[in-house]
Design a protein around this ligand. Structure first.
Ligand SMILES: [Zn+2]
Length: 1019
């Protein structure tokens, strides 16, 4: 309904004339109501301030008269403290330290004057910000203004450039100003004013296109990146210059500036118009990337122009900024995060995808506007679908996105299909799949938005393209670009235009795929060769060089029924060139090759086809167009993706680096980082060899032999985890291990075996961490792997084995996971069973641990303003950069004589090893002061594959004791220690971890110092 209006407006207000039959004309055809802006700004990096005066001419587009104008001032947003935790989690997902983006307490944008201009008169208005996020500036009008009427508003304001990463700020010498300028909210005849609340975790923008004329003052030596194009440059007083810019019909007016920018320029040829100038402004040491990126964007502009209509502006600017996000589209400008520029050359495939995705937004967001707040799937789905389509053509389907140098090809790669499917497939299996047509508030977080509004939505556009044929689909997009340029396209418009274009009603289709659950799992039930001896399974039969008749039975599950096709590949062919239509209830006959499709009971479909030779492979939905959560049942290729490696780590066992349509088998030398400890099963850092099997969202497991650093022994073992079993939010697994060699005195050849099931309530985005929140049940048999204790309390008895069943709960509110700067974590365990002590007896064991991490407060704030406060402030601020981490741990067990708990260990009392005190009751308290020595390092290794970002020192104090049979093992033990912590990144922003080296000395005991190595903070 809302969209009907926009359409009507186009007609009544004399929008586009009769549609051209070929590409839209390069000549812009603007709707008459677009707002006109006149901006004067001085960007003063020295003062960290932008001083702005902005004149806005707003034209009533039609509909009821208005008595107020709503201006969206998103830069006036301040994150409420209650939302900091959620936002920190979003930043964690982007692998950004929340400290680098959060913590601003007052709005960056402050209005000094809001006035209504009438001729020469400017009448000042009260500047009141309201709306759900405090970003709507309401300007009352003295007289109502009706259709075609104009209002001129003058805003004088300042934008403070905080030292923060994000949409607006100044970080490391780069000014970033995106969606920073106040603009009128969208006004529709039926909706009235429709301002977009500001949600910082995506692009909640619904902007009318606008005409901007700007004069921007910057210091000499600074380079400016902007929407539009430069028209003049003049000196503006000593040390300053003024750059005049014009941007016609763009969605927003964004800027970036730095004195460290170099400029790479190229031109994109576009049929029917002058070449488009592509300018990339990058930090000087990223020149190579800048040239590469310019070429990628230019190439994308040429192709998209031929697909969807000519790029309408003279220039496209791409600026490197410290944005936190990978990339973000603007009005004829794209901001790319500095971390993309520091990706190694081997990740060029990812950069290529990102640049062509962001460039595509110039068609969907900038030229044709969408409602990023209420319908984020429109522009994101189209940009994702079309950028993958472009890559399909350029690189072939499913190309490997990482390009390793010779000799490193064994490292885990990223198949593009896995990159594209992973987000949605993860949601679908975890039970979070949802309709595509939703607003940002309904999605609620970035993981759901990415999986649904990007990945799944893009697939729906692909289904459309498949149904229509590529040529017709692109012609349709051209017609939408022609009719909706400089306007706003809503989902309802898209549906209506499609019906008009095709002469066919698509309501059912969009009910299924946009508004409905939209999930469809086609599977091959049987594929058999039929000859004189009867049917034989295809996969196991010998290839025959004679005519063959095959029978395929296909079934479909999932809430959505959608037609697809069956693809067949004969020996020597590529892909699946033979196609046969398949749909529930379909009856179909074909001649080339001879084929019959017949419906079977239960909605299954049978395909009989006669082929010249036995096929090599058969696949249902061979282009993987449908959102199908189980791709491995679509084809007959049973051979797994086999990958030997020289270093097997968790990076080899995840959805991103494995084929997601089949089993993956990985074999090689193995490094296992004990990044967490389970209550029932501590797995320490292990070095050895492993053979593993992985199937996306279903199973991971393997067999291994390895040396364990904590226990100083060698074990052989087997492990396995079934994902989403018995239900979507569950994980069920097993593990068994036997010691085969020990370097310390202990029980010989102990065995342990465990079975667990875990209910996950808050998943982790990291590829190597446990979920944040879960509850689990487990049963375990364990021999005693602990070394013989040197300080066993009087009366304590060493157990030889335990058999228990238990319960464990974890709630983890620490962020970010690689080095928490805030939050808490709580673990509790209870278990019961039997233990073999001197006699076999029942046993009960419980333990709990609480951890709290906090930055120290800025103590200068308690001092009154004045000289003392100013003098103290630098020290107070340095102190506020340090963190205090506290841990309280306690465990107790029955019978009281059983030495069930070790006191020492790298994640426990660090002054002892496992062999020192053991007891039935153990407690440990720890206080750790984490002091950053160097922050924001840009040190990278191996061509940026890995990098070091922060070096911290930790000073700690551990206190604890072990008791058994009512006796303490000794006096309460105190240990002091120090450590270094290296915060490292993998592939710039793909993964982060902290490596720690700790040293601790127990006081007053005759034990030597202990050295520990671990991954991430010890608690
Ligand atoms: Zn996008």
């Amino acid at each position: 309904m809302v969209l009907g209006i926009v359409f009507l407006l186009g007609m009544t207000l004399g929008g586009d004339p009769a549609p051209p039959t070929v590409l839209p004309a390069a000549r812009p055809i603007y709707p008459p109501h677009l707002p006109v802006f006149d901006v004067r700004a001085r960007i003063d990096p020295g003062k960290r301030l932008v001083e702005v005066s902005e004149n806005i001419i707003w034209t009533h587009p039609g509909g009821p008269a208005v008595d107020r104008v709503i201006i969206q001032a998103h830069a006036a947003f301040v994150l409420p403290p209650s939302e900091e935790g959620g936002m920190a989690k979003t930043l964690e997902m982007l692998r950004l330290d929340p400290r680098d983006a959060l913590g601003v307490k007052r709005p960056a944008l402050e209005f000094q004057k809001v006035a209504l201009v009438d001729g020469d008169q400017a009448v000042e208005q009260p500047a009141r910000l309201g709306g759900p996020t405090g970003t709507d500036l309401e300007v009352s009008l003295p007289n109502p203004v009706g259709p075609g009427g104009k209002v001129t508003i003058r805003l004088v304001f300042q934008v403070r450039l905080d030292e923060k990463q994000g949409r607006w700020g100044l970080w490391n010498g780069v000014v970033n100003l995106m969606q920073w300028l106040p603009i009128p909210a969208f006004y529709g005849a039926e909706t009235g004013w429709q301002p977009s609340p500001f949600l910082p975790w995506h692009q909640p923008f619904l902007n009318e296109a606008g005409h901007y004329r700007a004069a921007i003052e910057i210091p000499d030596g600074w380079e400016l990146a902007s929407s539009g194009a430069k028209v003049a440059e003049v000196p503006a007083g000593p040390g300053w210059r003024e750059i005049s810019l014009e941007a016609w019909g763009v969605r927003d007016f964004s800027l970036a500036a730095s004195s460290k920018y170099i400029v790479a320029t190229t031109k994109a040829p576009v049929a029917g118009r002058d070449p488009v100038v592509v300018r990339v402004l990058a930090l000087e040491h990223h020149k190579q990337h800048a040239e590469k990126i310019a070429a990628l964007a230019a190439d994308a502009i040429t192709t998209y122009s031929s697909w969807m209509g000519a790029y309408p502006w003279p220039e496209l600017t791409i600026a490197e900024t410290y944005f936190g996000w990978n990339g973000n589209e603007g009005g004829s400008i794209i901001m790319i995060d500095e971390r993309v520029f520091t990706l190694p050359a081997l990740a060029d495939g990812f950069i290529e995808y990102l640049i062509i995705h962001e460039t595509c937004h110039q068609w969907w967001y900038n030229a044709v506007g969408t409602d990023g707040y209420r319908e984020p799937f429109m522009d994101e789905g189209l940009a994702t679908a079309l950028s993958h389509r472009l890559l399909d053509k350029r690189r072939g389907r499913n190309h490997a996105m990482l390009n390793f140098p010779t000799g490193l090809g064994w490292l885990p790669n990223i198949p593009r299909d896995s990159y594209r499917n992973r987000g949605w497939s993860g949601l679908a299996h975890a039970g979070f799949d949802s309709p595509v047509q939703r607003g940002m508030q309904e999605h609620g977080n970035l993981a759901l938005l990415f999986g649904t509004a990007y990945d799944k939505s893009s697939k729906v556009f692909d289904i459309l393209a498949e149904r229509m044929g590529e040529a017709a689909f692109l012609e349709f997009l051209r017609s939408v670009q022609r009719d909706y340029r400089y306007r706003i396209l809503r989902a309802a418009d898209f549906e209506r235009e499609l019906a008009k274009f095709t002469g066919q009603d698509w309501t059912g289709f969009f009910d299924r795929w946009w508004r409905g659950p939209g999930q469809c799992d086609w599977a091959l039930d049987r594929v058999e060769t039929i000859d004189g001896k009867g049917p034989r399974s295809l996969a196991w039969s010998r290839r025959r060089q004679e005519q063959t008749r095959i029978r395929v039975v296909i079934s479909r599950t999932g809430p959505t029924d959608e037609a697809t096709s069956l693809g067949i590949r004969l020996p020597g062919q590529m892909g699946y060139p033979i196609r046969i239509p398949v749909a529930t209830g379909l009856e179909w006959h074909g001649d080339n090759p001879p084929a019959e499709v017949t419906p079977l009971p239960d909605g299954k479909v049978q395909v009989m086809v006669t082929l010249p030779v036995e096929p090599e492979s058969v696949m249902v939905d061979p282009d993987m167009v449908l959102p199908d959560p189980r791709l491995h049942n679509n084809h007959t290729d049973v051979a797994p993706n086999f990958r030997p490696t020289f270093l097997y780590t968790t990076a080899d066992e995840n959805d991103l680096t494995t084929a997601n349509d089949r089993w993956n088998v990985i074999v090689g030398p193995w490094l296992y980082g004990a990044t967490y400890s389970n209550p029932w099963y501590t797995r320490t850092t292990m070095l050895g060899a492993r053979a593993g099997a992985y199937r996306s969202q279903e199973f991971q497991g393997g067999i291994y032999g390895a040396y364990r650093t904590d226990y100083r022994d060698v074990v052989i073992g087997v492990d396995g985890t079934f994902e989403h079993w018995p239900d979507s939010a569950w994980q069920t697994g097993f593990n068994a291990e036997q010691r085969v060699y020990e370097f310390e005195a202990g029980q010989s050849s102990p065995v342990r075996a465990t079975l667990f099931t875990r209910n996950i309530t808050f998943a982790n985005t990291s590829i190597y961490q446990l979920p944040f929140d879960f509850t689990e049940l487990y049963t375990t048999y364990s021999g005693n792997f602990l070394p013989y204790s040197s300080q066993l309390p009087q009366g304590a008895v060493r157990y030889s084995n335990t058999t228990t069943a238990g319960w464990h709960i974890r709630r983890n509110r620490q962020t970010p996971y690689w080095d928490p700067s805030m939050g808490w974590q709580f673990d509790a365990v209870m278990e019961g069973g039997g233990a073999d002590l001197d006699v076999y007896s029942g046993m009960f064991r419980t333990w709990a641990q609480g951890v709290l991490v906090k930055h120290l407060p800025d103590v200068s704030e308690i001092l009154p303003e004045g000289r003392v406060r100013e003098a103290v402030r630098p020290f107070a601020l340095a102190l506020a950069e340090t963190k205090l981490a506290m841990r309280a741990y306690g465990g107790t067990a029955l019978p009281g004589r059983g030495a069930f708990f070790p006191l020492g260990g790298g994640e426990s009392f660090r002054g002892f090893d496992l062999a020192q005190r053991q007891g039935s009751t153990v407690w440990v308290g720890s206080v750790e002061w984490r002091i950053p020595l160097v922050r924001h390092l840009e040190t990278d290794f191996f061509d940026h594959i890995a990098g070091l970002r922060t070096i911290q020192m930790a000073l700690f104090y551990d206190v604890g004791d072990a008791l058994a049979a009512g006796h303490s093992a000794g006096p309460v033990a105190h240990a002091l220690g120090a450590g270094v912590r290296f915060d490292a990144v993998l592939l710039s922003f793909v993964e982060r971890a902290t490596f720690r080296f700790d040293f601790a000395q127990t006081l007053g005991q005759e034990t030597g110092p202990q050295f520990w190595f671990g991954i991430n903070q010890p608690f």
